[in-house]
Design a binder for this molecule. Structure first.
Ligand code: PRX
Length: 583
């Protein structure tokens, strides 16, 4: 099959795509129309959780399954929209009893358990801000995020609490209440999640949030400084729902599976909000990746729409065609991918092995929702991220020294930019207005991604213009990793890079120079990797560590990670005289 075009696969027995005519949809679309499709609240109010669950109850669809939870040990539990509405009411009432006020932050540190979903929805109903923390984070990333968000409440499990939070309580004075999902403990500051909810009414008055009230806080990494807290408001739900319809082709009654963990933005925007606001049944698998389990879920749950990521796709490819042989995937209408470059091989492999292609989509924590996509109604150019959604203007720009931007010729590389004004655009970086402002040039938001755009308007990913990396789809910043290693007495300097990896896309690799009196060796290497793992957790800690006498630095002393990258890849080091002059 030629790799330059994968024809669309539209079966006559499946519903026609929501986005049938791309050009016409772009020409006629308005965000006001998308907004008008939501239920809304009296006096111009808007609430994500109300749009996700209660509106379906109000229109008589409360008995349909909202959440189908598949537990690690084979458990299976369905929650109807009405049940989720009641449980999230109880959670919101519990928050009020704990003294939580609108705008307060409620964090969750848990795997994919039902309580996480109840927490997210209940927090939003109470007008508080929901902030998920990835459960594979070690104590250090957890501490930084709990402290910087000034979380008042944390929902977690006993095990995660003991391992990662308990010892931090003295340095987290704002964290008044921890709710344990699997314990009967009730003591000051520590509560049993279920007992707390059971004591509350499952009724609540309508939420009183306004569209611009803060709703979601997602931490994301940059090259420098602590993780940035991207703030999204309730108005974002307009984009969550609309992009779920247009880019993922979601519709009421669909069985939908998003494999992303809700510790990251995809697992919230598309693992909770987009499917529920579109009336779908959300499949949640608590277990980790497993080839046979995943194929069984697709087949047995009769998944209609599947949203996954290139690392998982590469793992499925690695397992070969045998586990996929004989699978009945007739229910599967649409498959999409996000988070890292989707290799053309992955698209072609999917057509050959699963009978249909993956559709790449592009977005980021700051955009809150899908911005660029390959659509069900369109042929695919493998390797391309696709074209902007109706309502989204994207362009390739080059920054000028004065902070304004130039628009290069079609086909030339530059930074991917989006015209401001879509509903799910982040509204702030928590406590960091200067950093927020740096993301904009006039009415363009600058994404930090390098890309090209071809003559037909398809965007092609080139790389990042900073030093953050993607490993197994997770965005990791050098600052957090390097800082932890610098705490070790042997370490003088550290530089982190992403080393290309066949499956994870990139792995975290660090170059370390040692203080006088310490000698490089295997024992020290293992000790340092272990040290980082204990503090950062396996998802963030370096997989490789190389000792180096001197790290390349600019005259002002900044470590030049791109020279480390070039060295790793065996690339020419470039003109060192100019690089040395960088500040
Ligand atoms: O570099 C881009 C990459 O992931 C970054 C955003 O990561 P994060 O904020 O964690 O959001 C994850 C939810 C999408 C982007 O700046 N990225 C995302 N999608 C793609 C991608 N790189 C290549 N192709 C994609 N489809």
């Amino acid at each position: 099959m030629p790799w330059n075009l994968i024809p669309k696969t539209l079966n006559a027995d499946q519903p026609a795509p929501h986005l049938a005519d791309y050009a016409a949809a772009r020409a006629t679309f308005s965000w006001a129309d998308a907004r008008a499709e939501l239920a809304g609240l009296p006096d111009g109010g808007l609430n994500i959780a109300f749009e996700a669950v209660d509106r379906w109850v109000a229109t008589g669809q409360g008995n349909s399954v909202a959440l189908r939870w598949l537990g690690k040990k084979g458990e299976r539990r369905d929650f109807s929209y009405a049940e989720l509405a009641r449980l999230s009411n109880q959670f919101a009432n519990s928050l009020e009893r704990l003294g939580i006020r609108p705008g307060d932050r409620v964090c969750v540190l848990a795997g994919r358990i039902p309580e996480l979903y109840i927490t997210a929805l209940g927090t939003l109903k109470a007008g508080a801000v929901f902030c998920p923390l990835f459960s594979a984070f070690g104590p250090e990333p957890v501490r930084v995020r709990l402290a910087n968000s000034r979380a008042r409440v944390l929902v977690t499990t006993s095990l995660l609490y003991q391992r990662k939070v308990q010892a931090l309580r003295p340095v987290l004075p704002d964290l008044a209440s921890v709710l344990l999902t699997d314990s009967d403990n009730d003591e000051p500051g520590l509560h049993a999640f279920h007992a707390l909810l059971d004591a509350e009414s499952d009724h609540r008055p309508l939420p009183c949030t306004q569209p611009e009230d803060w709703a979601l806080l997602h931490f994301t990494s940059g090259t420098t400084g602590a993780p940035k807290g991207a703030i999204h408001v309730h108005e974002a739900v307009v984009a969550h729902r609309w992009t779920g319809r247009m880019a993922l082709d979601l519709r009421p009654g669909d069985i939908y599976w998003c494999t992303a963990d809700p510790g990251w933005v995809t697992g919230v925007s598309y693992g909770i909000i987009a499917p529920l606001t579109n009336g779908a049944t959300l499949v949640v698998d608590e277990a980790e990746f497993d080839v046979r389990r995943w194929y069984a879920i697709l087949e047995q749950e009769r998944v209609n729409v599947w949203y996954t990521a290139p690392t998982a796709i590469r793992m499925l490819m690695k397992a070969g065609p045998e586990p996929a042989r004989g699978l009945d995937l007739r229910a599967l209408r649409f498959m999409a991918s996000v988070g890292e470059p989707l290799n053309p091989e992955g698209v072609v492999w999917a057509v050959e092995t699963l009978g249909q292609p993956f559709h790449d989509t592009w977005w980021q924590t700051e955009t809150g929702a899908i911005m660029i996509a390959n659509y069900r109604s369109q042929d695919i150019r493998p390797g391309s991220m696709g074209r902007p959604l109706p309502g989204i203007d994207a362009a390739i720009v080059q920054r000028r020294p004065d902070g304004s931007v130039d628009f290069p010729m079609p086909g030339e590389e530059g930074e991917l930019a989006l015209r401001v004004g879509w509903p799910s655009m982040f509204r702030a970086y928590l406590d960091d207005e200067p950093r927020y402002q740096q993301c904009f040039a006039g009415d363009w938001y600058l994404t930090g991604d390098l890309a090209t755009c071809d003559a037909d308007g398809y965007f092609w990913f080139v790389g990042r213009n900073d030093d953050v990396i993607k490993t197994a789809g997770h965005l990791i910043g050098p600052f957090e990793v390097e800082n932890v290693l610098l705490e070790h007495p042997a370490v003088a300097e550290v530089g982190m890079i992403g080393k290309p990896d066949e499956f994870a896309g990139q792995i975290v690799k660090v170059f370390v120079s040692l203080k006088p009196g310490y000698a490089p060796g295997d024992t020290l290497r293992k000790e340092l990797i272990g040290f980082a793992r204990t503090r950062l957790g396996p998802a963030v800690a370096p997989r490789e560590l190389e000792f180096i006498d001197d790290l390349p630095k600019t005259r002002s002393g900044k470590i030049m990670r791109r020279l480390l990258r070039a060295r790793e890849l065996g690339l020419p080091l470039g003109d060192l005289s100019t690089l040395e002059g960088e500040s």
